[in-house]
Design a protein around this ligand. Sequence first.
Ligand code: ADP
Ligand code: FBP
Length: 309
Amino acid sequence: MVITVTLNPALDKTIQINNFTIDSVNRVNSVRLDAGGKGINVSKVIKELGGYSIAVGLIGGKNGQFIKKYLDNLGIENDFIELDSETRTNIKIIDPVNQTNTDINESGPVISEDSLKLIKDTIMKYATEDNVIVFSGSVPKGVGKNIYKDLILDSKKRGAKTILDTEGELFLEGIKSGPYLVKPNIHELEKAFKITLRDKKDIVNISKEIIRYGVNYVVVSLGSKGSIFVSKDIAGYIDGIKVNVKSTVGAGDSMVAALALALDRNDPFEEGMKLAAATSTASVMTEGSQTGRIEDVKKILNKIRINYI
Ligand SMILES: Nc1ncnc2c1ncn2[C@@H]1O[C@H](COP(=O)(O)OP(=O)(O)O)[C@@H](O)[C@H]1O
Ligand SMILES: O=P(O)(O)OC[C@H]1O[C@](O)(COP(=O)(O)O)[C@@H](O)[C@@H]1O
């Protein structure tokens, strides 16, 4: 089974504005609200792909209740620790005219030591040989940068497979614990290592450095340009597929969802990679942080080709 961990969930508020302009008054065309946060998005996509997951995390206030209800309505099992403070709201401004996506993400509430202990205990309850645990997204204020590293080490000790999708110091610390798979996007990689990645060769080289920490697979997403995957023995890329883009929010989460599901089913890695490419492509065809549609995933899957490097 897949367990998704979202320490900093969000109510995603997607606002559509034609010709969005900073330093000016903008008029809103439409607003939609979705339960968000990276792990929660992963659970939503796993459900759409016909899989099963449990969403674990910290929620609070009205936004937290909105998220819980949203998941309950979708039939996604969840095991949240409830906080006194409010879950954040993340604003996504979509401009269909200029084809831009602007994310304004709040940092989230302050977490007490007691709540942190409760969530750690909850995660460890699920850290067994049968489970794949996905750790993704930012963490709320007051939570140390080594949180993912510690949780991954403890989960691995108990036999669970782990996936890490985060950025900055959380990523740099996290990889030291040797998660089974990591999925940075190219910008996150450049920022974390303070380097410029000019071509595929540069991406493969930095991925090999990450593998030295005991990571089995590094999957680097390149937005509309597709993705690159690297393990100790193989490296390959999948070109991006041109589609009608409605919102890129949650594209990376869709990729992680397919990879987690494939890992849980013991599918060959390359099959999981193809599903990840198709699922993430389908996700950009829907509005807000909604998942891609399974019919689109199936159609796109036929077009996905792996090119070995
Ligand atoms: N504009 C796009 N057109 C087609 N596919 C896209 C587009 N943006 C993202 N994707 C798909 O989603 C995957 C993840 O996107 P990316 O933006 O790199 O992730 P993240 O959301 O983590 O930043 C890409 O590898 C690609 O398969
Ligand atoms: O935890 P972070 O890094 O602030 O990200 C949270 C945001 O990321 C999302 O999960 C989308 O992530 P991706 O577009 O990278 O897949 C939103 O739903 C949410 O608002």
